[in-house]
Design a protein around this ligand. Structure first.
Ligand SMILES: [Fe+2]
Length: 278
């Protein structure tokens, strides 16, 4: 995979391999079907507390600018809990959805490996591919559903984990913040997709790669619900972004693009307190 555009544009863009595109489409359709289940049934697939942040989550704010999105976090590490919960729903929409997540994990792995191997070679990060592939149980598949007319989509942010693979979105509106500080539409469609570094990869590469800022704006003429899928590749490195004292959203977009590494590294803590996800 050609990763030279990481230095110039901050992301890599490529055509979906055919097998992956089919798996993405199947997973997206199963998520859309899952979303049609009654709310109380969907809630059966939640992690059940704020520490183990997995499964179904729903914001149900009231008011004109309310955030009413539904989201689902699926990690293979959580499958032993998710599968019995899905069975309890007694509806094929729930079990089919969880199975499609698993298929998607298999389907994304070769592309993730290709990206990691190219990055390992281009940036001299010996052992990076192995670290990424050993972390598969912790890759987080995030499924999103914004109901029709949602005023709040994604505010400007950089992702906290290793790197982000954008899998699908049914409406446009996604933008990235370029290194010369302009918001530009990102090249995501039914045929093309992107991968971009997040905070932990910037740290892991001693600042050679930059966590890409991005946002999602409501599409003016669209009256459709919006569905999207991403996978956060969290590779369980030695350090993690210290979200107990910092919130990425509180920094100015692109703050990290030209920040000395020493200052950037001050936002991280050793990953000595990993809570098992399952
Ligand atoms: Fe994001």
């Amino acid at each position: 995979m050609d990763v030279t555009t990481l230095r110039t544009a901050g992301f890599v863009s490529f055509e979906y391999p055919q097998g992956l595109r089919t798996a993405v489409q199947t997973a997206l359709e199963s998520w859309q079907l899952f979303c049609t289940l009654p709310l109380e049934q969907k809630r059966l697939l939640s992690g059940g507390d704020r520490v183990h942040d997995f499964g179904f989550m729903c914001r149900n704010d009231k008011g004109p600018v309310a955030d009413r999105k539904e989201l689902f976090h699926a990690l293979r590490a959580n499958f032993p809990q998710l599968l019995p919960k899905a069975a309890k729903v007694c509806d094929p929409r729930a079990t089919a959805f969880i199975r499609a997540v698993d298929t998607l994990l298999e389907a994304t792995a070769p592309t993730v490996r290709a990206f990691a191997a190219s990055v390992e070679e281009a940036y001299g990060l010996v052992g990076f591919t192995k670290l990424v592939m050993e972390s598969q149980p912790h890759w987080t598949f995030r499924y999103l559903h914004y109901p029709k007319g949602s005023a709040v989509l994604a505010h400007p942010h950089a992702d906290r984990g290793g790197f982000t693979f954008h899998l699908a979105e049914t409406e446009g509106g996604g933008e990235y913040y370029s290194f010369d500080k302009q918001w530009l539409p990102w090249p995501v469609s039914a045929e093309r997709t992107i991968i971009f570094p997040s905070m932990e990869l910037q740290h892991y590469s001693n600042g050679a790669m930059k966590a890409l800022w991005h946002r999602v704006l409501p599409v003016e003429h669209s009256t459709n619900a919006r569905y999207a899928m991403v996978v956060f590749i969290d590779f369980q490195g030695l350090y993690r972004f210290d979200d107990s004292t910092h919130r990425v959203q509180n920094f100015a977009p692109g703050f990290n693009y030209h920040l000395p590494f020493k200052e950037f590294a001050g936002l991280f803590v050793p990953r000595d307190n990993i809570t098992p996800a399952a």
